[in-house]
Ligand binder design. Structure first.
Ligand SMILES: Cc1cc2nc3c(=O)[nH]c(=O)nc-3n(C[C@H](O)[C@H](O)[C@H](O)COP(=O)(O)O)c2cc1C
Length: 203
């Protein structure tokens, strides 16, 4: 599937998966690579993906996701984590551009100053982790659909339990889980409110 509008229309949150289907890691890496092309503030790529792709770890994840069976039956579950310390990525993000002459060291230092300023504000790291990682999450679901896989975003899980059961570093904040697999049952197409009621034109 590579028509953009078809991908958008055909993506729907799939909750009943065929438990027999495995997803090759290489394929998952390809979809995650596409997800990682999402935009992010200063290109700091505030996401980290924790992948559950065997039934043993998925079973441990099940109670953390309040026993939503899709977590066990999906081919894999991705925990999208937001990076609370994405400011630490300044060098790996900007140095290649400085080294190949696309950016001056001076510009890099100006950007670093802006980033340090933002990260010194108490609420910023958490806000940025949520907003930026969510863009990658959305892009993951669309990329998966383009590759013939169905997904479901899951907010119904216990983040503290996830962190403790799977030793997630306190650098990362669980944003959402995403199941991915092949449906046993085609998901119902959900409706939408009239977009005109959700638009205000600023004056
Ligand atoms: C942040 C977020 C959290 C969600 N949490 C759950 C969840 O815990 N369990 C579930 O089955 N679906 C969950 N969903 C899926 C929504 O129910 C679904 O996206 C919505 O009904 C629209 O349907 P569609 O995705 O098929 O268009 C979640 C979706 C989002 C965006």
């Amino acid at each position: 599937m590579n028509n953009f509008y078809e991908i958008i229309d055909e993506r729907r949150s799939t909750k009943v998966y065929d438990p027999q289907i495995e997803i090759p890691r290489e394929e998952l890496v390809g979809i995650l690579e596409t997800a990682g092309k999402a935009p992010s503030a200063w290109n700091l790529q505030h996401w980290q993906f924790l992948v559950f792709d065997n039934k043993e770890v998925q079973e441990r994840l099940l109670p953390i996701a309040y026993n939503q069976q899709q977590v066990k039956d999906a081919s894999a579950v991705i925990a999208v984590l937001g990076d609370l310390e994405a400011n630490k990525k300044v060098d790996p993000v900007f140095d290649p551009a400085v080294e190949n002459g696309e950016m001056t060291a001076e510009i890099k230092n100006i950007l670093k100053g802006q980033i340090d300023g933002a990260y010194s504000r108490e609420e910023y790291p958490r806000d940025a982790a949520f907003s930026n990682a969510s863009l990658a999450a959305m892009q993951f679901m669309l990329a998966a659909k383009a590759e013939g896989w169905d997904t479901c975003p899951i907010g119904g899980f216990n983040p503290a339990a996830l962190v403790s059961e799977f030793n997630v570093s306190d650098r990362y904040l669980p944003i959402m889980l995403i199941t991915i697999g092949k449906p046993l049952q085609k998901a119902r197409k959900s409706g939408r409110l009239d977009i005109r009621n959700l638009i205000d034109w600023a004056e």
